[in-house]
Design a protein around this ligand. Structure first.
Ligand SMILES: [Cu+2]
Length: 117
């Protein structure tokens, strides 16, 4: 009886140790990355107009307007095609800095991504 309990306990321990190893492997093989953020395009505006994120953040620009818009970095860092309604464009901001952008079709539509270390 005592032997059985002992064996049971050690198998539980082995199983939980295996789970820990699997969890550690999963964490170490996934690249560390910041959560995605979204900028909505609607009514001829980017919302939020300014967004502050950490390096490595992917921003998804989502056109929710009923006419096409695009997303163009002021210094050529990125350039989407014309996005139809419900199309989106993603860009990962790897380096710290301030990234102004506008709509290639409506230059008065402007926004800014601030990447801080
Ligand atoms: Cu536009």
């Amino acid at each position: 009886m005592r032997n059985l309990t002992k064996r049971h306990r050690s198998s539980v321990w082995r199983r939980s140790r295996a789970l820990l190893i699997v969890a550690a492997l999963a964490v170490s093989t996934c690249p560390v990355r910041a959560a995605d953020m979204e900028v909505n395009i609607d009514n001829f505006a980017f919302t939020p107009k300014e967004l502050t994120v950490k390096p490595g953040t992917t921003i998804v620009f989502h056109n929710r307007d009923d006419i096409p818009h695009s997303v163009v970095g002021s210094n050529g860092e990125f350039h989407s095609k014309a996005l139809d309604t419900d199309d989106s464009f993603s860009f990962t901001f790897a380096k710290a800095g301030t990234y102004g952008y506008s709509c290639g079709l409506h230059p008065r539509m402007q926004g800014r991504i601030v990447v801080t270390p």
